[in-house]
Design a protein around this ligand. Sequence first.
Ligand SMILES: [Zn+2]
Length: 140
Amino acid sequence: MGHFCYFCGELKSNEAFSGKGHRRHLCRACNSIPAAEREESELWGRLHDLMDQSNISKKNIVWLKSLLEHSNQLIRAHAQLILHVAEVAPFRKKRYQRISVFSTKLLERCIDAGLLYPPDSEWGADPSSDEDPEENNEPF
Ligand SMILES: [Zn+2]
């Protein structure tokens, strides 16, 4: 039996872990990545996950604001950008359209940052988009 590494998500044998009593299992390969880099990479994933949620919650906004103090400038810029998105279009549904109406500049910045993608099928063509059962979910 092995463990799932919390960082790379891979199931690895016990030998792949350092063997110390960590609360979270981190494999040797990931353990060799500098901690700051690991943290940034995790934050990165969480920031992108926010955009996939059905809505950006108040709790998320508090967290985003805390990131405005982060030492990494890119993290700060992304947090700022998503905060802006949360103001204009907290809901994922029709977010692209809403932002494009509000500000094409913001839209472009989001696309550049890889946070938004031009929807090819979502442009009102998605028949299930009006009944989204996840609408009221607040993950986190
Ligand atoms: Zn790992």
